[in-house]
Design a protein around this ligand. Structure first.
Ligand SMILES: [Zn+2]
Ligand SMILES: [Zn+2]
Length: 289
């Protein structure tokens, strides 16, 4: 696994990279712009060159973009739907300019129109934004905690979206441990992790799993609460993260901790060091080739 943090872009893309280097990341995730605002600042040619050069020297790989929070691929409103597709397409273009491998997005909320409507709408959004971009960056759909009328809290729903969208090659999946636990997958034991991965494989395919968000959960299993906790300090617990960190199906994936880097507990191992300490020696050496 390649561990990293979600880092902030405080002054152009390079600032996020520098934060990632400072935090000892092997992979990073960042927003393409302000997560609460439509429209993202463009990346100049100079910024793109600077970023790509500095990244290759840093050894950080991959870089992932996390789409803004306003996106709703299941929106009943045509204007929100169009803005969401446009925002995803521009994030994909930005990813290509920066050499980022993927854009990760939550899928949204059907606002009372029902699951069937929502899933069809999302498949349409996937089709449209991948059709509008011709680069290499993948679109990864992320699991949600399943609050309110949000969709994307079961692997079965994602499987339906993948099938409806015709399973394009650039469509992938991002698993957030806190979100699936809150949605009702009890991954607080190694056996529970295996069951969840079996179900993921059945509906989506493990080959589509391209990124992990490793967050422990403050809320209980099935609580639908999206509250991230430091690794091993929440309801999922350290043994499940140890199991995931050494799981053959998850080997080689980027694994992002989505708690602010500055909130690390200074008196104990930070999340990345803790996760690395869980990886058994043969796993780390086997990763080198
Ligand atoms: Zn996440
Ligand atoms: Zn979350």
């Amino acid at each position: 696994m390649r561990f990293g943090y979600h880092v902030r872009m405080s002054g152009g893309p390079i600032s996020a990279l520098l934060e990632g280097i400072d935090a000892g990341c092997e992979a990073i995730q960042m927003f393409p712009g302000s997560p609460q605002r439509w429209g993202t600042p463009p990346v100049s040619d100079e910024q793109a060159v600077e970023f790509i050069e500095a990244r290759s020297n840093s050894g950080i790989d991959p870089v992932l973009l996390h789409a803004i929070y306003l996106i709703n691929m299941a929106a009943p409103s045509d204007s929100i739907f169009k803005r969401s597709v446009g925002s995803l397409a521009s994030a994909l273009a930005k990813a290509d300019r920066l050499g980022a491998t993927a854009v990760i997005s939550h899928i949204g909320n059907h606002k009372g129109e029902g699951e069937e409507f929502g899933l069809k709408r999302i498949a349409e959004a996937v089709d449209s934004c991948l059709g509008h971009s011709t680069g290499d960056a993948m679109l990864l759909l992320e699991t949600t905690a399943g609050a309110g009328t949000s969709i994307g809290n079961t692997f079965e729903q994602f499987g339906a979206v993948f099938d409806m969208a015709g399973r394009p090659e650039r469509l992938g999946f991002c698993l957030d441990t806190c979100h699936i636990f809150a949605a009702g997958y009890d991954i607080s034991t190694p056996a529970g992790v295996d069951d969840a991965l079996d179900e993921l494989d059945h509906y989506i395919g493990l080959d589509r799993l391209k990124a992990l968000h490793l967050n422990d959960s403050r809320g209980e299993c099935g609580s639908h609460l999206d509250r991230h906790e430091h690794i091993g300090q929440g309801m999922i617990g350290l043994e499940s993260f140890r199991h995931m960190a050494n799981h053959p199906a998850l080997r080689g994936l980027p694994a992002i901790v989505e708690l602010p880097y500055e909130n690390r507990d200074k008196d104990s191992l930070d999340d990345l060091s803790l996760l690395r300490s869980l990886v058994e020696p043969q796993e780390r050496s086997g990763e080198e080739d």
